[in-house]
Design a protein around this ligand. Structure first.
Ligand code: TPP
Ligand code: MG
Length: 347
């Protein structure tokens, strides 16, 4: 792991911020694990996991202005959205599809994260469609600034648009269109590609003829960075560089964070059919939560006692979230089309 040195932005992270980042990684992991249990108990129909991606996502959240910058996430971004303010209860409500669920009022599948009050934009299921939408958002930010217009929800402070996707989704046409737009217009835009080496069962080499997604950035006139996605501080440094470029008008950045999906693609997938157990076990040695815990223990930021306290607190929060979501009412069937079509005008 890189050392904390004065030259690196991560060196300026306070102990409080480091502990918060650890907390969100832990809370996300325990929420995620519970969702797998709930699925296997037949309580929920579907789950898609962030396990293995927590370092990348918490670092991304802390490098931007959380809740102010616009974030257009993808289905694997549980840790990212939790670090911005989505709660275990919000997530559990979406797993069940209960009435009033935050992302879409229970009209979307779970993990199609959206939260208006946090500037998190809900996406569609076709992968990479969020990229041109996020680039369009970045264009709007730049345009409003150039016209002296204020952002709808406040000030003239610099903002950016961040979007995320997996490496497999960079084969999709929308990704290229969005990246090109961001490069041509020099937008305050970050595309974070979470390269976990698989798109469901298709390995990286089946998606691209170059070994690093970041190599593709140059083709769009975008700055490209590749980073170890299991290392919180390394991702923070990369994302901070990208955010500073966006805020200062230097333009768009593509950050590739290399990590590993430690679970099957989703609750509908059996990964034993396409990757060896040895490979999975090898990557588990780079579990980002364990690595960060060790790092913070070594630095004296975290203690054994604090770890136990955080574990107990996370368990209590997840238990409470599950119980409240289970007890919450379902939406009425006739509510399904509400907020989808405008009401018919009376003749
Ligand atoms: C346009 C489109 N094609 C196929 C799918 C089915 N699909 C859902 S996720 C996925 C894999 C994406 O892999 P990657 O982009 O590497 O992200 P990861 O799931 O590994 O994080 C596929 C093929 C889809 N949702 N949309
Ligand atoms: Mg992938």
């Amino acid at each position: 792991m890189p050392e904390l040195t004065a030259e690196r932005p991560s060196a300026t992270l306070s102990e409080e911020a480091l502990l918060e980042m650890y907390w969100y990684m832990l809370l996300s992991r325990r929420t995620d694990e519970r969702a797998w249990v709930m699925h296997r108990q037949g309580k929920i129909p579907f789950h898609i996991s962030a396990i293995g991606h927590e370092a990348t996502q918490v670092a991304a959240a802390y490098a931007i202005n959380r809740g102010v910058d616009y974030v257009h996430p993808y289905y694997r971004d549980l840790t990212l959205v939790m670090a911005i303010g989505v709660t275990p209860f919000d997530f559990m409500m979406s797993l069940y599809g209960k009435k009033g669920e935050l992302s879409s009022g229970a009209r979307q599948m779970p993990s199609h994260f959206g939260a208006k009050h946090l500037n998190i934009i809900s996406g569609s299921s076709p992968v990479a469609t969020q990229v041109p939408q996020a680039a369009g958002l970045a264009f709007a930010i730049k345009y409003r600034l150039s016209q002296g217009l204020q952002s709808p929800d406040d000030t003239s402070q610099p903002r950016l648009a961040l979007t995320c996707l997996g490496e497999g989704s960079t084969s999709q046409g929308e990704w290229h269109e969005g990246m090109n737009w961001a490069g041509v217009h020099n937008l305050p835009f970050i595309c974070l590609v979470q390269n976990n080496f698989y798109a469901i069962s298709v390995p990286l080499e089946g998606q691209m003829a170059v070994s690093s997604v970041a190599d593709r950035a140059a083709a769009y006139g975008v700055h490209g960075i590749s980073v170890d996605g299991t290392d919180v501080l390394a991702v923070y440094d990369a994302m901070k560089e990208a955010a500073d470029r966006a805020y200062s008008g230097e333009g768009a950045t593509l950050v590739e964070a290399r990590c590993y999906r430690m679970t099957p693609h989703s609750s509908d997938d059996d990964d034993r059919t396409y990757r060896s157990r040895e490979e999975v076990e090898e990557w588990k040695k780079k579990d980002p939560l364990v690595l960060f815990q060790k790092r913070l223990l070594k630095e004296g930021v975290l203690t054994k006692k604090l770890i136990e306290e955080y574990e107990a607190k996370a368990k209590a929060e997840v238990d409470d979230a599950q119980q409240r979501a289970e007890a919450a009412p379902w939406p009425k069937p006739e509510e399904a089309l509400g907020d989808v079509f405008a009401p018919l005008e009376e003749a």
